[in-house]
Structure formats: structure tokens, C-alpha cells
Design a protein around this ligand. Structure first.
Ligand SMILES: [Zn+2]
Length: 179
């Protein structure tokens, strides 16, 4: 297992639409292992494959409380097949937009169809944190970030901040190469 680098805003790859997994084979199992390793190391509760630069429709998640047993969950080719009219608001964050949190409104209940690691079709009716998290991760597979759900003013501000930080990091990197 390998801890991978997580892509950070404004990395353009985060806007890519990920491809469906045709077969849950050894390469997908390896990808899932790396994703868990990277997610737990971060630490985070959810990760989409594109966040480590793999444009495949694969999501890992663990919503267990910090002190509790691990509860790893894998969703391959997840798809929302039903959603409630009722909405709920949760504060969200993202490993690709570190240390930025904002409230996002989404359907409170979603039914999600997906493949498990054995390639079997599963369905889950997600509520609460799972509903929020799975919608956030499915967004990633479609090149959508949670900041797309907030006001343009707030979004522009955070994109500007991260763009400036990325430019500064590149500059610092180049300065280091010269030294
Ligand atoms: Zn995210």
C-alpha cells in the first residue's frame, strides 16, 4: 500500500469526469488499498480516486468515530437512483481544499446503487452524514467540488486564495532548485 499525494485546488485534474470501472480486478483492488492508506493518513472520512489523480469512479469512506473500530466502505461506479425533496444542511470540508469549511445544502436522503469490491451490485439508502459524504464524493467523480454549491462570492474568494498559494509554492520550489 502506498500513501499518494492528494491533488489540491486549483489542480485542473479535479475537474475531470472519471470513467466507470468495467471490471473490479486486481488493479482496482490495489487502487482501493492506496486510497484507504492515503485517506487514513490525511486523515479524512472520504476520498474519490481522482483526488489521487486516478480518473476512475471509485470512492472510499470511513465514517467511524475516531476512537471506534474502523468501518471502511467502498463504492464503485456509485450512482444516485433516488433523492428526497427534503434537504439538509451540513458543514463540509475536502482534502483537496484543506482547512476550508462551508455549509452546503443537499437532499437529506439519497438511494445509491454501486458495485462492491466483489463486483456485486449493492444499494444503500443513505441518510445523515453518509448522505452528505456520498453526494460529495459522487460530485468528485463528475468533476464537481463542494465549493460549486456555495455562493459565487465565497467560491471566488477560496479559489483565489488557493491559486495564490499554488503559485507561491511553485515559486518557492524553483527558488529551492536554484539554491
Ligand atoms: Zn472532497
Amino acid at each position: 500500500m502506498t500513501v499518494k499525494d492528494i491533488l489540491i485546488l486549483p489542480d485542473k485534474r479535479l475537474r475531470q469526469v472519471s470513467k466507470p470501472v468495467a471490471k473490479v480486478d486486481a488493479s482496482i483492488k490495489k487502487l482501493v488499498e492506496d486510497m484507504f492508506e492515503t485517506m487514513y493518513e490525511a486523515p479524512g472520512i472520504g476520498l474519490a480516486a481522482i483526488q489521487i489523480g486516478e480518473p476512475r469512479r471509485v470512492v472510499t469512506m470511513d465514517l467511524a468515530k475516531k476512537e471506534g473500530e474502523k468501518q471502511p466502505q467502498v463504492f464503485i461506479n456509485p450512482e444516485i437512483v433516488d433523492e428526497s425533496d427534503e434537504v439538509s444542511v451540513h458543514e463540509e470540508g475536502c482534502l483537496s481544499i484543506p482547512e476550508y469549511y462551508e455549509e452546503v445544502e443537499r437532499p437529506a436522503v439519497v438511494t445509491v446503487k454501486y458495485l462492491d469490491l466483489d463486483g456485486k451490485t449493492q444499494e444503500v439508502k443513505a441518510t445523515g452524514l453518509l448522505a452528505t459524504c456520498i453526494q460529495h464524493e459522487i460530485d468528485h467523480l463528475n468533476g464537481v467540488l463542494f465549493i460549486d454549491h456555495i455562493s459565487k462570492l465565497k467560491r471566488d474568494r477560496v479559489v483565489k486564495k488557493f491559486t495564490k498559494a499554488a503559485k507561491q509554492a511553485t515559486k518557492d520550489g524553483k527558488a529551492k532548485e536554484r539554491d
